[in-house]
Design a protein around this ligand. Sequence first.
Ligand code: SF4
Ligand code: SF4
Length: 268
Amino acid sequence: MPINLCQRRTTSCGACCGLYNREDLSRTAIRAELSRRTRALAGVPRTPEAFGAAARALAASGPAPLFPSVRICPLLGFLDAAETRIGCLAHPKATGGPDLRDCGVYDVLTCDAFLCPSHAWLTEEEAEIASAATGDFHLYGLVVTDVPFLRAALEGVAARTGATVLLRHLDHAPFKAALRRLLALKEELAPGSDGLFGAFRPGTDGGEVPRRIDYEALGRASSPYDTILTCVGADPRSGNDLDALEDEVRARLDACARAFPAAGTHGS
Ligand code: SF4
Ligand code: SF4
């Protein structure tokens, strides 16, 4: 069965619907926008005309995009009353019948067919580790769309403990909390930072710019945590503080290693 990264048992993602394409990426601001859309669409008749008009009004009053060339769909919202799960409010499973995804920024065929590259890379075990460790849509979406970051974080822990991080290790609450704190580097970056958008970083000509920290230009040696630092956009030119982030990565990896369940517990 193909892996499903969009809707997991305890988390969900909406990155490709434009969730993070905005200046204010805080959990509070993103939740408020998703809530606003969900409330606005709740009473709208399930017809293309009514849904389309509501979508246009929501888009016009929503936050400005950080990357104008990347679309923000106003039909992404909360699927549950407790506002923990995000997803497409125009999908037949959400509308109770009609497929209204043509009212969004793409069309039904595009929405149906698209799977982000993480689907081709992540194993089910890695996906469930990302889901269990992050615990909510906000951090999950930032992590699951950046495979090199997730892998480098897990490998960084493994390099300290001598053991591959497995899903069962997250049954140990102190380790799960420490791993979450390591992954949460993703949501603590400077606004507009390269590290917030996975591998996507448009250059001035619209083409993709590979992520790389220019240590030579900075006059310092490469960091042993280069992969993680590169993934979180730690190059000072992105607005982040490389040295401070390097210290944070080291401290959070150390904390993971300290909290890692001892051999013989939790199946390790
Ligand atoms: S970015 Fe990937 S995991 Fe997230 S909703 Fe889109 S296809 Fe699913
Ligand atoms: S209509 Fe498409 S782009 Fe919009 S929220 Fe639904 S799946 Fe995402």
